[in-house]
Design a protein around this ligand. Structure first.
Ligand code: SF4
Length: 408
């Protein structure tokens, strides 16, 4: 959105210097909704402090609550739900009395400078997990065409992006709604054949979409990070069934084995949810045993949040909030013990890292095994420029962060 605004507005980092404030919101669970509402109330105070100021609320909150928000937040001048995000510049032009700008998404300059960019290859989801608001917020699954995605990737590389992170709610289903049903592996091969020094990362790879063809593509293309984020959510068959996801711990463990046999050095991240309705202590024990056996490098651990409009919110046998949080903490501690031990296994390895910037006087970079924003960093002394690749030797690990010496 900031890129789309660049030709018609000056984007300023401080709200005090702005005439229009855009609050981009998340709304998939109650804590995110509360955070968004707090930010909007702060925005309303900002708006009231000087006449002529305009407040815009974009993203998932207006998609989820629609007209209810319009009624309850009269301080907001315009709502821009997800489906209208590409119209942000038009909405703001209308608010401030300017003619509509002509810029399209592909022409828009990158708003966030940096060596890494997210490339959305699809939006929406058809899976209907019983706890999830996302299909209702973001709509049915829609793939972008391969040509469109490749064009955006080419533009990103021209703008000195060195890591392209493929995202979507469910990227393994990419292409299923397009003519001739192209598959993700073919798209990744096309992206890996572009000119330049760069790498590709895949996030949100659903367990049932990991086919041998995709693993083979990762084996054959060095540019594709040997890293997969595979959200499993649980390991108990009954909990997974109630979640509307299916499968069980045994099937998930054999998937992990299949991935590691193809890619022995792969880094695996997953997400699990604790305290789903009906979850017993035995189910939690089963999940703990699964995580001990699977040894993921990173685990995002969440407590179940009963969301209005989802089937899970009205299931019987709801787990009390305190128990949900306690179970999540227990599993988080377990996952941290395994994950930090796995991070320590990197010591002694020589790896290529992408420099992102600086942290505490050290160069901050990431290996292929470290995704932006959510995983650890690799830190070393020196003065490498952001956006360059450097070969380093890992000499130490603290928690999830690695410490290294530059070799080049
Ligand atoms: S696959 Fe992900 S986005 Fe889709 S319904 Fe399930 S949890 Fe939600």
């Amino acid at each position: 959105m900031a890129g789309l605004l660049a030709s018609s507005c000056r984007v300023v980092p401080d709200a005090d210097d702005a005439d229009v404030l855009v609050i981009n919101t998340c709304a998939f669970i109650t804590p995110a909704v509360e955070e968004a509402i707090d930010a909007i109330l702060d925005g309303a105070a900002w708006r009231a402090a000087r006449s002529g100021r305009r407040l815009v609320v974009a993203g998932c909150l207006p998609s989820r609550y629609g007209d209810d928000l319009v009624r309850e937040l009269p301080e907001v001048d315009a709502f821009v739900p997800v489906a209208d995000e590409e119209r942000i510049a038009h909405v703001i032009a209308a608010l401030v009395g300017q003619p509509p700008p002509a810029q399209t998404l592909l022409d828009a300059p990158r708003a966030a400078p940096g060596a890494t960019a997210y490339l959305k290859i699809s939006d929406g989801c058809d899976r209907r997990c019983s706890y999830c608001t996302i299909p209702a917020i973001r709509g049915p699954y829609r793939s972008r065409t391969a040509d469109d995605i490749v064009a955006e990737a080419t533009t990103l590389l021209e703008r000195e992006v060195r890591e392209i992170v493929l995202v979507g709610q469910d990227i393994t289903r990419w292409g299923s709604d397009l003519p001739d049903s192209p598959r993700l592996a073919g798209l990744v091969r096309r992206l890996a054949a572009l000119d330049g020094d760069y790498r590709i990362r895949m996030m949100y790879v659903q367990p049932d979409g990991i086919h041998d063809e995709l693993l083979q593509t990762m084996v054959e293309h060095e540019r594709v990070c040997r890293y997969l984020e595979v959200p499993v959510q649980h390991a108990s068959r009954s909990v997974l069934r109630a979640m509307g996801r299916g499968g069980d711990g045994e099937a998930l463990l054999s998937l992990v084995d299949r991935i590691r046999s193809a890619l022995p050095d792969v880094v695996l991240r997953t997400t699990v949810m604790l305290g789903f309705p009906g979850e017993t202590r035995a189910d939690v024990a089963e999940l703990a045993a699964f995580l001990e056996a699977a040894r993921f490098d990173y685990v995002g651990v969440f407590a179940f949040s009963p969301e209005d409009g989802t089937r899970a919110a009205s299931l019987p046998d709801q787990v009390p909030a305190r128990t949900r949080r306690a179970r999540a903490q227990r599993i988080r501690d377990l996952a941290d013990r395994i994950g930090t031990a796995k991070a320590a296994e990197w010591v002694g390895r020589t790896v290529r890292v992408l420099v992102e910037g600086e942290e505490d006087g050290l160069v901050a970079s990431r290996t292929c095994g470290q995704a932006p924003e959510i995983d650890g960093l690799t830190l070393f002394s020196g003065s490498s420029r952001p956006g360059t690749f450097v070969t380093v030797r890992i000499v130490d690990a603290h928690g999830y962060d690695l410490f290294a010496e530059a070799m080049t």
